[in-house]
Design a protein around this ligand. Structure first.
Ligand SMILES: [Zn+2]
Length: 211
């Protein structure tokens, strides 16, 4: 890494780490393109500009006879901890299709009657997490390749200390709170304490809930 890149990264901590153009294979340089305001990796030869944007994670809070479906992670990060079925949205699918696919992959389960429940911005790791609430079809579930086990938990049985990510905790807390009132709302939350370097040991994040 050149001294110029190191200095620029000090000023622009989100500088792309790609070194070579994915199209022509030549070295890229750190530059602010004309009309832009952020530093980008720009190919010196073909002019390709590498944009890095937040990624969407889609998941589902799935209920069956009053209990919630959780998966125990078989992969890093947070292997061995419990999560709601969730994962990165793929090109060509809708957000609901992504949530249903992740549920199928991680819990071999199908969902129905899905409603949007939470949109959680996580700017510290350049992600947004979107969760639907839904019903589990036929009560059927089983661990997929990314899960060690799947299980249905009543509210009193939720393993709060062994949940994999802050967004899972907040979804479950808000879900049970809404359920007690009998009215489910759509929640928009910004988690500000979850940083990329703290993935393996993230402290309790602060929260700004707008609705
Ligand atoms: Zn190029």
């Amino acid at each position: 890494m050149g001294i110029r890149t190191i200095l620029l990264q000090t000023v622009f901590p989100n500088l792309s780490m790609i070194r070579y153009c994915p199209y022509c294979g030549q070295q890229v340089e750190a530059r602010i393109p004309l009309g832009d305001e952020r530093l980008r990796a720009v190919c010196k030869i073909c002019g390709y500009v590498h944009y890095e944007n937040p990624r969407l994670v889609l998941g589902a809070i799935i209920e069956w006879e009053g209990r919630i479906l959780l998966c125990r992670r078989a992969i890093q990060p947070r292997m061995g901890l419990w999560t709601l079925p969730a994962g990165f949205m793929e090109n060509g699918e809708s957000s609901l299709e992504a949530a249903a696919r992740e549920t199928r992959e991680e819990a071999q389960a199908e969902i129905e009657d899905a409603e949007l429940f939470a949109f959680i911005d996580v700017p510290g790791i350049d992600q947004a997490h979107v969760f639907y609430r839904a019903k589990l079809v036929a009560g059927q579930h089983a661990p997929g390749e990314e899960s060690l086990e799947t299980a249905l938990f009543a509210e009193a049985e939720i393993p709060w200390q062994d949940l994999a990510f802050p967004t899972i905790s907040y979804c479950l807390e808000h879900y049970f709170a809404d359920r007690r009132t009998g009215v489910f709302r759509c929640h928009q939350i910004t988690l500000t304490g979850w940083k990329r370097q703290a993935m393996a040991d993230c402290a309790l994040p602060s929260i700004n809930e707008r609705c």
